[in-house]
Ligand binder design. Structure first.
Ligand SMILES: C[S@@+](CC[C@H](N)C(=O)[O-])C[C@H]1O[C@@H](n2cnc3c(N)ncnc32)[C@H](O)[C@@H]1O
Length: 346
């Protein structure tokens, strides 16, 4: 049997991904691997009942999902949940996804060790973001419900960056923009820069469960775009952030392309438009072919188009694929994904 070198395989996968993107097909999947979490974040519901008792996906099931998704082309598969590193087969999960796709992950950083970092990168991870919501450790720990969360998150960012195995693997610090951390964002970008990593953010969503309004009343977009023009390490897309103020004032942004360009799969394989609409699944990817599931999602969007959020996954895809400034968006995307040379220990 002919052995195809890894670089060639990855190159072919990237070329197929670009083709899917240009054809405006499905390119992004949010995979809620499990809901178990060691944190008790004030802004999140997944550690609470009924989520916390939901069964998790096994590595074997993820393998089956990975193969089914591959029928429509390579995806950026964003592993989330709960805390993905609490999954006992997380490395195997990444391997199964990386066979056909680009696995990325958001984690809280608590369980990262040098060995785990290397194992995740070797398994084929492309991007790992660690959540850091405040510069002030006490505020971060209070939001996250665990003492020491801030310190462990910063340690994780360093370990992940140092232990990369390929220069196209990227580490980001990521924050949720809320009413009380806007004035800490510049310092968080500077902190990221000092570590040699990059900085991302997402907009607070009150669409899941019972949430308080945690949105800032100021012109959030103007503030963030000013920072973006000053720091190349701040890699969130301009056209995504440009609509934060509108999203806050209007409760979301119209024109969602979930069901066509992105979907959500929960910890039992149930497919829905997005994480905020997991309670309206259209069927299981473990039991049905993907095509009819996508058709049902598209029908759902056609009948009642949703305009209830402006999450980062939507923001990235819609601004690049359908946005008004494609070239700027592509330039921003390149900053977000370009190779960063391995450090001495990497
Ligand atoms: C649900 S967490 C799961 C991954 C991991 N346990 C973590 O804490 O990063 C994924 C991302 O969603 C963010 N998040 C949690 N609640 C949110 C909310 N209400 N609105 C927007 N983002 C939220 C988290 O801060 C994190 O960056």
């Amino acid at each position: 049997m002919m052995v195809v070198p890894e670089a060639l395989r990855e190159g072919a996968k990237k070329a197929r991904y670009v083709t899917s993107f240009m054809r405006q097909r499905l390119v992004h999947v949010n995979l809620q691997l499990l809901y178990t979490c060691n944190f008790r974040c004030q802004i999140c519901d997944y550690w609470k009942a009924p989520f916390r008792d939901a069964p998790r996906l096994s590595a074997e099931q993820v393998g089956a999902i990975s193969r089914k998704l591959a029928e429509v082309g390579p995806q950026v598969v964003s592993i989330g949940g709960g805390e993905p590193l609490l999954h006992p087969e997380i490395v195997e999960v990444v391997e199964r996804l990386a066979e056909h796709h680009f696995p990325v992950m958001i984690c809280n950083g608590w369980f990262i060790t040098p060995e785990r970092a290397r194992a995740l990168w070797r398994a084929g991870m492309y991007e790992i973001s660690v959540s850091v919501d405040y510069l002030d450790p006490e505020k971060h720990d209070a939001q996250r419900g665990v003492k020491g969360a801030h310190e462990r998150a910063l340690r994780a960012l360093r370990l992940l960056h140092e232990n990369r195995t390929r220069s196209d693997q990227r580490v980001h610090m990521i924050s949720v923009i809320m009413d009380d951390n806007l004035d800490e964002i510049e310092a968080l970008i500077q902190l990221s820069r000092g570590m040699g990593i990059t900085y991302l953010l997402t907009l607070y969503s009150d669409g899941r469960g019972t949430k308080h309004n945690r949105h800032a009343e100021r012109d959030v977009s103007a503030h963030l775009l000013r920072l973006k023009s000053r720091y190349p390490e701040f890699v969130a897309l301009r056209d995504y952030m440009a609509r934060f103020t509108q999203a806050i004032r209007e409760g979301g942004i119209a024109g969602c392309t979930c069901g066509t360009n992105l979907v959500n799969i929960d910890s039992q394989g149930q497919v829905s438009l997005c994480i905020d609409r997991m309670d309206e699944p259209v069927g299981s990817i473990l039991e049905e072919p993907l095509a009819p599931l996508l058709a049902r999602l598209q029908e759902k969007q056609r009948r009642s188009p949703c305009a209830a959020c402006w999450t980062s996954c939507r923001g990235a895809i819609e601004t690049i694929m359908h946005g008004p400034h494609t070239l700027d968006a592509l330039r921003d995307y390149w900053q977000l994904t370009k190779r960063i040379p391995l450090t001495a220990r990497g």
